[in-house]
Write a protein that binds this ligand. Sequence first.
Ligand code: AMP
Length: 223
Amino acid sequence: MNVYVMIGAPGAGKGTQAQILSKRLGFVHVASGDLFREAAASGTPLGREASRYMERGALVPDDLVIAMIEERLSRPDADAGVVLDGFPRTRAQAEALDAALAARGSKVTSALYVGVNERELVRRLAGRWLCRAAGHPYHEISAPPRLPGVCDIDGSELYQRDDDKPETVRARLEQQLPPMFDVIDHYRSRGVLAAVDGELPIDDVADALLRVVTAPAHNGAPG
Ligand code: AMP
């Protein structure tokens, strides 16, 4: 099983990159935030519990996250490979992932860090708007819609995610950056960390990531 871990702060573009990379490699894109939002929207016990943390920009406790990801990895469509997006976010989660994969005779193929400096993260997050119908992303300054508040692609209403509102953005970064650096250390010490510059244009970041995962020196590169 090929397992790529995408690492990046909120707003670094790791979700966008995980989507592009998973498509290019033919792997499943597994985004922990999306799994939680789906569970919250369908009102499952897990979803209700998780939304208590998500609403205030806090991390959901490790045991809930780990149980959810293990369930997702056990589905057949994950057999060929996965690109994990938003997980692991703490050292404990990274260790739990190692253990879950070891139990299947597998391990993390590569951890891919999309680096963006903190000022740029705040600028990106506080201006981000998404469309209700499909989550198409816009930015107040760098990518505004043609009509304010309306999606160019499907005409649906634009909204700001509760945890993208300026007052929550700084709290999210303050809470999420230190554990993210622990996760980076974890993979560096295992020799599977690669970093790309997340401040480049989207296509350039995507190409850099593809070069990393297909480089001959890269452990376990597909093909
Ligand atoms: P995201 O869409 O990745 O920004 O995730 C949205 C929210 O879901 C986060 O702010 C957390 O509350 C929660 N969440 C997602 N992934 C994790 C994780 N690996 N560990 C803890 N909480 C998570």
